[in-house]
Ligand binder design. Structure first.
Ligand code: AQP
Length: 349
């Protein structure tokens, strides 16, 4: 069966969105909404897979869900063009995730590097939800039979797993899928990752070998979309660098992760190549470059933060947008989930 092209992606309300989320994923989302049917979710069920200290408890979670929604809109997502909603309002995500828990293999999940990184040394104490996170992510995508998933590079492995789950489901239930009228036996599509943002892996400002992340305990490690101009400038000024001047060629950045990261951020924000940035700043010290980067970051991030604050002034409107989006998402996912139940063999009224 040829599936209609449909885009799905999401972000976790585990704190304020940052430059990595923006450059790695959001810019692609905005582009895709002009050409595709797009479904963008605030993945609150994913947020609670981490310890409560990470997502902050019930009051903080509600605030973060609304704040991420405000960030979506402030960055340029249009709730009339795209479907914007929070995951927990559409029950099919959790329902399909359970089916996928029974399709995915333990061996597949054991290979997931994000679980290893997030669970750290205390693996025995990690939640079962964190372990099964990729199955829920597969359900998020396949509940809509989405064909394209714009994400940062860190999500590539999870996307591969979603493809394996789709394929195994199609194989496991082939006879009933065919009986349901899918002559080629293909019930779920193989979702394609879209990893093409201007900076698909933005690194921490404190450690160029670690990705910029909402849950990094150091706020200095990231630029939040809500940071005030002076905070952005301070974070960039304090960003870790090395003692050498900036190179004039891109090759000179290899083995210098912090320099590579800052130059990459500058290139992405100004929409030019790394070579172009180095032709301007190569040979100079970091101090001058950091000043220019701070100005650029403030120019790009400042208006987003200001618009988020304005939107957060009307929480009822944000809730209305989420509720409307959830109804539209449910209308797509419910018939697909009903068919899943038939294919698996559940009795339903
Ligand atoms: N540093 C990054 N560079 C490029 N892309 C990134 N993304 C996240 N960090 C970077 C992309 O943003 C989207 C949403 O990510 P998420 O919020 O669902 O979860 P995450 O990938 O786990 O991001 P964080 O910031 O590290 O969140 P926490 O700390 O809560 O786990 C995804 O497309 C992701 O690839």
């Amino acid at each position: 069966m040829a599936f209609k092209e449909r885009v799905f992606s999401g972000m976790q309300p585990t704190g304020s969105l940052h430059l990595g989320n923006y450059l790695g994923a959001m810019l692609q989302w905005i582009k895709l909404q002009e050409t595709h049917e797009c479904i963008y979710c605030v993945v609150d069920l994913h947020a609670i897979t981490q310890d409560v200290e990470v997502w902050g408890g019930p009051v903080e979670l509600k605030k973060s869900i609304r704040q991420v929604t405000a960030a979506y809109i402030a960055c340029g997502l249009d709730p009339k063009k795209s479907v914007l909603f929070n995951q927990s309002q559409v029950p099919e995500h959790a329902e399909l995730a359970w089916v996928f828990n029974c399709v995915a293999r333990l061996g597949w999940l054991n290979r997931m590097t994000q679980f290893k990184e997030k669970a750290g040394k205390n693996r025995e104490n990690a939640s079962v939800g964190l372990y099964a996170y990729p199955n829920l992510m597969a359900a998020d995508i396949l509940a809509y039979r989405a064909t394209h998933v714009p994400v940062g590079e860190d999500q590539k492995q999870h996307l591969e797993l979603a493809r394996d789950i789709a394929q195994k489901f199609n194989n496991d239930f082939k006879p009933s899928i065919e009986q349901a009228g899918y002559a080629d036996g293909i019930f779920f599509p193989q979702p394609e990752p879209v990893i093409t943002g201007p900076a698909t892996r933005v690194m921490s400002l404190r450690d160029g070998t670690k990705k910029m992340s909402k849950s990094d305990p150091s706020d200095l490690s990231r630029i939040n979309l809500t940071d005030e101009a002076d905070v952005v400038a301070k974070k960039i000024q304090k960003a870790k660098t090395d003692p050498e001047p900036l190179p004039s060629e891109a090759d000179g950045l290899s083995g210098r992760p912090e320099a590579e990261n800052l130059v990459g951020i500058y290139a992405a924000l100004s929409n030019v190549s790394v070579e172009k940035v180095l032709s301007e700043f190569g040979g100079g010290q970091f101090s001058g470059f950091k000043k220019a980067l701070a100005e650029l970051a403030v120019e790009k991030v400042g208006p987003i933060g200001a618009e988020m604050n304005r939107l957060m002034g009307d929480v009822a409107e944000i809730d209305r947008i989420l509720c409307d989006g959830a109804a539209r998402a449910h209308a797509i996912a419910k018939p697909i989930m009903d068919e899943v139940k038939d294919v698996v063999g559940f009795v339903r009224s």
